[in-house]
Write a protein that binds this ligand. Structure first.
Ligand code: BGC
Length: 496
């Protein structure tokens, strides 16, 4: 596979090491707080652990509330927190797809463009090439036109470099699968209205508009001859991409900056679906589970973070379990400890007071620290908060990280289980009686081993050892790009 990355390319937030991470370790890592100071933080920790706890009854309660929301969302639009968006994907890739297809993936602080040459059953993926471009921060708060112009120009640049193994038959228009990882009310396979932005985006003038029209207009301004053949959520792209290789894939989950899940649903289990039935009798439903909120074990820190967010009251499940928020919740707990117990000195460290200064990759790195004095924790606290800490304070910080990661992982596991159970309730034996694969993508899942373990534990506890043996959670890295290109092929105007 050849990989081309533009100079502006950035990697996942987990693998990119910022200047802060590279800063020298603190010279002084000696005790600056007495252990009695550290001890006084323990009640805050204990209360946090209690408020965050996810024993089986809590997980079951949350899972059942999610199932009720799923059914209500399938009943009618607006019926519940879970939008249960119809993807209009009823034909999944088969392996027969042939030709050159493009994909554009917009869902976070980077966008990715990709081209793939498909060779049918025998040759499968002949070649792929991609570029990743970081989106300037100001564009996340700018106008719709500015954002889409930026993206279309990146796409046009990329398309210009086509050559080698990539081959577009003469006279054909290039076709694109557009992965747009925000809640969209899909109106057909190649159109959909943005419901709202999530994950820190607040672009004006897009909500209520067809995002394919926005992209098409921007591509026209760039004089790029390309057509969107499929508009897909990243979960849907991941499911399609994974299904290309494995027929047992029934669910896809993203656990990254944001979170979401989709699954294969029977059309007769979707009362709100009117109009022509899919030929396969099945379709993919995008749950948009990030918006779920019932019965979650929330703490005062979650509530404060939500109240101060740009979308208060929204995306509560996402704010509890996804990568954009876990570090921030921990930061808020540490501030409380610093204020009430002087855990980091006489004043609350200024750097720590900056919202989102502690990132999920930081808390993940701190949890990997097995050294006797928790030196990595000490160095991250020093770099992030500018404080020296002793080993007992560091241990408390690790326990805070653990409480937040544990809740996130276990709740994600409960969500996955409930989707599987819902599918099984409606079609006995089709999910639990055989191997069933959950395709998983996202930096949080990929890079946070404790989170991953907590998720898996919850799945096993909820399903029991026998059934859970058949459930395979498979990491499907960056599958959504290829998946979107495959869906463009499946829905090609030239057939396939
Ligand atoms: C969006 C979803 C997306 C998820 C993962 C959420 O914020 O609402 O559409 O699938 O993030 O990227």
């Amino acid at each position: 596979m050849s990989v081309t990355a533009s100079p502006a390319a950035v990697r996942s937030i987990y693998s990119s090491r910022s200047a802060r991470d590279r800063a020298p370790r603190p010279r002084v890592v000696m005790t600056v707080r007495s252990s009695s100071t550290t001890l006084s933080a323990v009640p805050i920790l204990t209360k946090l652990q209690r408020d965050c706890a996810t024993p089986l009854p809590v997980l079951r309660h949350v899972a059942d509330a999610m199932a009720a929301d799923m059914r209500a969302g399938l009943e009618a639009d607006g019926g519940s927190d879970l939008k249960m968006i119809l993807s209009y994907v009823d034909a999944l890739p088969t392996g027969n797809e042939k030709g050159l297809f493009y994909a554009l993936d917009l869902g976070g602080t980077n966008f990715r463009v990709l081209r793939v040459q498909l060779g049918g059953k025998d040759e499968r993926v002949v070649a792929t090439e991609f570029e990743q471009v970081s989106i300037p921060h100001e564009l996340m708060f700018g106008t719709s036109e500015e954002l889409f112009d930026f993206i279309a120009s990146g796409l046009a640049n990329f398309a210009q470099k086509e050559g080698g193994k990539f081959n577009l038959p003469q006279g054909r228009t290039r076709e694109l699968g557009f992965t747009f990882s925000f809640p969209v009310k899909q109106t057909s396979i190649d159109s959909g209205i943005l419901i709202k932005w999530t994950k820190g985006f607040a672009v004006s003038g897009t909500a209520g508009k067809d995002v394919v029209v926005c992209l098409n207009e921007a591509m026209k301004r760039q004089e790029l001859n390309m057509r969107v053949s499929a508009l897909v959520n990243d979960t849907v792209g991941t499911l399609a991409g994974a299904r290309y290789w494995d027929d047992d894939v029934m669910v896809a989950v993203i656990l990254g900056t944001g979170t979401n899940a989709c699954y294969v649903e029977r059309v007769d289990a979707i009362p709100k679906l009117h109009g022509p039935n899919s030929t396969s009798g099945r379709t993919i439903v995008n749950t948009e589970w990030g918006a779920f909120s019932s019965g979650l074990p929330l703490t005062e820190f979650d509530r404060e973070m939500d109240a101060e967010s740009i979308n208060p009251g929204e995306q509560i499940f996402e704010k509890t379990i996804s990568g954009m928020y876990l570090g921030e919740i921990v930061r808020r707990v540490l501030i409380r400890m610093a204020e009430d117990t002087r855990l980091f000195g006489d004043s609350v460290p200024e750097k720590l007071q900056m919202p989102f200064s502690l990132r999920t990759p930081d808390i993940c790195a701190m949890q990997q620290d097995c050294s006797r004095d928790f030196e990595i924790v000490g160095s991250i606290l020093y770099n992030v908060a500018g404080v020296n800490s002793n080993s007992s304070a560091r241990k408390i910080v690790i326990d805070v990280c653990d409480a937040i990661a544990k809740r996130g992982g276990r709740l994600a596991g409960a969500g996955i289980v409930r989707i599987l159970q819902k599918m099984e309730e409606d079609s006995k034996g089709t999910v639990f009686g055989k191997r069933t694969v959950v395709a998983m993508d996202g930096g949080l899942y990929e890079h946070y081993p404790q989170y991953r373990r907590y998720l898996q534990d919850a799945v096993t506890e909820l399903l029991g050892p026998e059934i859970s043996k058949n459930i395979v959670i498979e990491h499907s890295k960056d599958g959504s790009g290829i998946g979107a290109a495959l869906l463009a092929a499946t829905n090609s105007m030239y057939g396939h």
